[in-house]
Design a protein around this ligand. Structure first.
Ligand code: DHB
Length: 391
């Protein structure tokens, strides 16, 4: 098989890049090890920055985010049992959309199918080779057991945090920057009406909780847990009681309970691979970096990488100009490190370490108070949460 751009990974990053390239007349092939149904039913984050929404709508993928998603003009920061609204509209004139990542995948996969894109799901034995040559290659076996080798000009690793592309870079040609955190998120999906119109990020002495939504009948909630916690060991009542204690306050706020139909433990860490390039292979999204989930930057950062990488590849073919490709890693990493800082900051400000001293707990409350009582502090959060302009 011969193509211009070979893409490993058919999640949102890989499919969005494939869509943009195809729209610009640049041939590409996507290989993905999971099948369509597995990706469609894997629950991930739910918040899209305005820039991500524009890529879906103005980029001609789908308008479903506008019809089926929910526009949110702010969030609540809740601490000391009180809610403080961060009003994005007022502070920075922007919003975010609640629209789950699996729906983003559904839209992108449908658009690729509609437009005749070459996306191969459920492939096995994927290998990348000759990245330092002018013809990098992807080897794989397709779902029917046939072996293929893709010869391309540019190889893109969009294969997620456990992917093969990053690992194919020799250790002495990359720097792995990473930290771990002493907590995880216990996530649930529940059949219940929304407990609040917008997201609530809650800090409490018992730890963090996030009250999110999916639609009028299904809600998504998380609470800080030990990374070794076994979700199966918790019954519904214990989960609801724990969540409720973390959001309880003198205002009498009560979560609306319902049957819980999914329980997962989400471990988190921060990771950045530098550079996001090895020869003619470029990394995009989680394949090159991971953020902790607090602040919902992961998917948005992946799509931001894709915007920059698409422009670079487009300029390479339109004008035979490699300058933007040469600048991709540095430019993308600027935003990545800003988002790393934001995610780290939101995580450390809102979570409570089990070994935290009284000083540390009160200092965190001082930090939260500082954010909500300062227009400048709130505006920094609003700007980061809704998404920085490109660059
Ligand atoms: C969701 C996840 C996040 O990490 C976040 O910061 C906000 C919302 C969600 O799954 O709804």
């Amino acid at each position: 098989l011969k193509t211009k751009v070979g893409i490993v990974g058919g999640g949102p990053a890989g499919l969005m890049l494939s869509h943009l390239l195809a729209s610009a007349g640049i041939d590409n092939i996507v290989v993905e090890k999971r099948d369509h149904e597995t990706i469609r039913t894997t629950h991930r984050a739910g918040i899209l920055e305005h820039g991500s929404v524009r890529m879906l709508t103005e980029g001609g993928v789908s308008n479903r985010v506008l019809t089926d998603g929910y526009k949110h003009d702010g969030i609540d920061l809740r601490f000391g049992g009180q809610s403080h609204r961060i009003d994005f509209e007022d502070l920075v004139g922007e919003s975010v959309w609640l629209y789950p990542q699996n729906e983003v995948f559904v839209d992108l996969a449908a658009a690729r199918k509609r437009d005749g894109g070459d996306v191969r799901y459920a492939v096995t034995g994927t290998e990348v080779l000759d990245q330092l040559s002018d013809t990098p290659k992807i080897r794989f076996t397709d779902a029917d057991g046939a072996d293929f080798e893709i010869h391309c000009d540019i190889l893109v690793g969009a294969d997620g945090s456990q992917g093969i592309c990053k690992r194919s870079i020799p250790k002495d040609r990359r720097v792995d920057n990473f930290i771990e955190y002493p907590f995880a998120w216990f996530g649930i999906l529940t059949q219940a009406p929304p407990s609040a119109p917008e997201l609530i990020y809650a800090n409490s002495d018992r730890g963090f909780a996030l009250i999110s939504q999916r639609n009028d009948n299904v809600q998504r909630m998380y609470f800080q847990a030990d990374p070794t916690e076994d979700p199966e060991a918790w019954n519904e009542e214990q989960i609801w009681d724990e969540l409720q204690q973390r959001v309880a306050g003198p205002d009498g706020f009560e979560l609306k309970r319902g049957p819980i139909f999914e329980k997962t433990l989400l471990k988190f860490r921060s990771y950045v691979c530098e550079p996001l390039r090895y020869g003619n292979m470029f990394l995009a999204g989680d394949a090159g970096h991971t953020v902790p989930p607090t602040g919902a930057k992961g998917l948005n950062l992946a799509l931001a990488d894709v915007r920059v990488l698409f422009e670079a590849i487009d300029s390479f073919y339109a004008a035979r100009n490699p300058d933007l490709l040469d600048g991709y890693s540095e430019l993308a990493l600027k935003r990545v490190w800003r988002a790393q800082n934001f995610s780290y900051w939101m995580t450390s400000m809102l979570h409570t370490r089990s070994d935290a001293s009284p000083f540390e707990r009160k200092r965190a409350l001082g930090e939260l108070q500082g954010v909500v009582s300062s227009r400048h502090g709130s505006a920094y959060l609003a700007e980061a949460y809704t998404g920085w302009p490109n660059g």
